[in-house]
Every structure is written in C-alpha cells, then in structure tokens.
Design a protein around this ligand. Structure first.
Ligand SMILES: NC(=O)C1=CN([C@@H]2O[C@H](COP(=O)(O)OP(=O)(O)OC[C@H]3O[C@@H](n4cnc5c(N)ncnc54)[C@H](OP(=O)(O)O)[C@@H]3O)[C@@H](O)[C@H]2O)C=CC1
Ligand SMILES: Nc1nc(=O)c2c([nH]1)NC[C@@H]1CN(c3ccc(C(=O)N[C@@H](CCC(=O)O)C(=O)O)cc3)C=[N+]21
Length: 300
C-alpha cells in the first residue's frame, strides 16, 4: 500500500482564499481591516524567512501587516514597551512575537505582556484555558492546522486512538486538547515514554512533534493510520552537493508511506498550515474585539 500524501500547501492556499473572503466581508460590512503585528528580535536567518512569508501572505489576504525588527541586544524593557503600545493600537488585532527570544529576555514576561484579546499564537494562560473548556478564541496555530487536515482526511475523529509524540506548550499539549474535544482517545508520549514503538503501533492517528529527524520508523505505524508530521529539521544533504541541506520531518516518510493510509510531507505539510492558521486567528481576534461572532470555519 502507498499512503495518500496530504497536501498541506494546497489546503493552506484554499484556507487563505476563505480568509480573504472573511477579510473582504469585515471591511465591507463593518469597516474593519484586520491587522497583524509580527515582532522579531535578532537576526536568525530561518526566522527571517518565516517572518517574511507571514508578512507577504498577510498582505495577500487583504489584512494589514506590521513588522517590527528589533536588534538582538534590545532590552527586555524596550520589548515589553513595544508590546504595550501594540496592545493599545486600535489597528492591531493580532500580535505575534517570534520565538525563541534572545537569552537575556524572559519569554514568560513576553507572553504575559501580550493582551489575550490579541494573542494570535494562543500563548497566554487566558487563551490556553479557553481552548481547554471550549470557549471561542484563538487556537494554537500548528495544532489547529493539524486538526483541519485530520478532519478533512477522516471526517469524524470520534473514537480514534490518537498518539501524540511531544508535550510542548506550543504543539503537543494544545494538540491533546483539540483531539480530546473531537472525541479521540488521546495518548501523549514524550522523552520518558517506555517502548515508544509499541505505543505508536496502537495509533489510528499519529502526530509527531519531537524535533528529531526521521525518528518515527515505518514499522511503528499501524497499517492505514493517518500520520501528521509536525517536525521541521534541517539535515545535511551531500547528495545535493557539498554543504547543501534539506528539510525533513520527525517521521521516516518513505518507510511510513508504505504502511500509512495518509501522511503529511515535509516541507509542504503542516508548515504552510501554521501560517494560514495564524491569519485565521487574526480574523477570530478581530471579530471578538469588535463584538462579532468569529467565522466557524476558521477555528476548532
Ligand atoms: N510545522 C510547523 O509549523 C512547526 C514545526 N515545529 C517543529 O516541530 C518539532 C517539535 O517542536 P516543539 O514542540 O516546539 O519542540 P520541543 O523541543 O519544545 O518539544 C519536543 C518534545 O518531544 C519530546 N521528545 C524529545 N525527544 C524524544 C524522544 N527521543 N522520544 C520521545 N519524545 C521525545 C520532548 O519530551 P520531554 O518533554 O520529555 O522533553 C518534548 O515533549 C520541531 O521539529 C519543530 O521545529 C514547531 C512548531 C511549528
Ligand atoms: N511565536 C511563534 N509562533 C510560531 O508559530 C512559531 C514561532 N514563534 N517560532 C518558530 C516556529 C516554527 N514555525 C514554522 C511555521 C511554518 C513553517 C513553514 O511554513 N515551513 C515550510 C518550509 C519552509 C522552508 O522551506 O524553510 C514547510 O514546512 O513547507 C515552518 C516553521 C512557527 N513557529
């Protein structure tokens, strides 16, 4: 059997098309142009690429995009002051501070400074709690993107055994909440899990968010399972020439594709969905800030 390749890039394009429709409606009916502010500290080249593609896609769907590039030696006080200004700015409906921030800045202080009403990453305690009890609000971008792909592939997820590998606040834990809400039986595995292969073999749905290149092997996958590969790892690719690299996920995609029912590729899988869901969250926050019900097709 050869797995279906889940085209996240294409799904994200469709999602951005729907987002553009919601932006047009907010403008025409309510005179609101959603605005997203992205703050980046320092000059990590990977982050630069990621932030540029966010700005480009934000503009393409008709939203306003505001980019703040701060030097790596900016003080914590200065960064917090910028966040406070963005909290007050009526044109800004979403604030994203690219993580990680330099070591001399406390990421928890950054998170706590962001107004939960504008927290499009769903990092603040208020929004984490809302997701847990099912209240409307932004939902962590990567897990939201994974959920959309899974629902599209499977329809109802009810009763399925989902195994998530990774328990970070960014991916694993919010993924757990969303799959539980969709009536999956959820197992969360991590670095202390015993016999990970045996745990993964039980899964109808595998979500790999570990950050270890190709760690999840083909023979760990139950035949027909749906595999969502969140990992983005840059590895050496001497076959492409000296000094060249390529991106791979946390799953051994070639081997897993022999067994799985469907699988997301890297690149072109979850990554593009993360960015599209960031824009979706900006519609959600712009709606809620203005007392409107957010569009149901952009959230969990
Ligand atoms: N596609 C996208 O849009 C995004 C991709 N990513 C990628 O996803 C991956 C995960 O990101 P993130 O959640 O932030 O990573 P973290 O490093 O924060 O978390 C990794 C998790 O994996 C677990 N883990 C580490 N080693 C093992 C192991 N050998 N066996 C089992 N579990 C293990 C850790 O366990 P423990 O808690 O015990 O330490 C931890 O819970 C990375 O590759 C990242 O680049 C991240 C965000 C967005
Ligand atoms: N506050 C904050 N929020 C985040 O959501 C956040 C963050 N900080 N810091 C970094 C991680 C990582 N992340 C990615 C999103 C999309 C791609 C993506 O689009 N990847 C493309 C490939 C891009 C390439 O070729 O380099 C793909 O998978 O197809 C990658 C990585 C969001 N993160």
């Amino acid at each position: 059997m050869t797995a279906k390749i889940i085209d996240g890039k294409r799904f994200a394009e469709d999602l951005r098309g729907r987002i553009a429709g919601h932006v047009a409606r907010l403008k025409a009916e309510h005179d609101i142009t959603p605005g997203l502010a992205v703050v980046i500290v320092g000059e990590d080249p990977a982050s630069q690429v990621y932030v540029s593609s966010k700005a480009k896609q934000t503009a393409e769907v008709g939203m306003n995009s505001y980019k703040y590039e701060l030097p790596a030696d900016v003080t914590e006080v200065e960064l917090l002051e910028l966040i406070r200004r963005l909290n007050e700015d009526k044109a800004v409906h979403g604030i994203l501070v690219q993580m990680p921030v330099p070591k001399h800045i406390d990421p928890n202080k950054v998170i706590e400074a962001i107004d939960p009403a504008k927290d499009v990453d769903c990092f603040t305690p208020a929004n984490v709690g809302k997701v847990q009890i099912g209240l409307p609000g932004p939902v962590s971008c990567t897990p939201l993107g994974c959920l959309m792909l899974l629902r599209d592939e499977l329809g109802s997820l009810e009763g399925m055994h989902a195994v998530i590998i990774g328990r970070s606040n960014l991916v694993g834990k919010p993924m757990m909440q969303l799959l539980l809400r969709d009536n999956c039986t959820v197992t969360v595995a991590h670095s202390r899990t015993k016999d990970l292969a045996a745990v993964v073999r039980q899964a109808d749905i595998v979500v790999a968010a570990v950050g270890r290149p190709q760690m999840i092997k083909g023979d760990w996958i139950k035949p027909g399972a749906v595999v969502i590969d969140v990992g983005i790892n840059r590895i050496d690719a001497p076959e492409r020439g000296e000094g060249k690299t390529r991106l791979v996920g946390d799953v051994d995609t070639a081997a897993a594709s022999e067994v799985a029912g469907a699988i997301t590729p890297v690149p072109g899988g979850v990554g593009p969905m993360t960015i599209a869901c960031l824009l979706a969250n900006t519609i959600t926050t712009a709606s809620l800030i203005n007392g409107l019900t957010p569009p149901s097709d952009l959230t969990a």
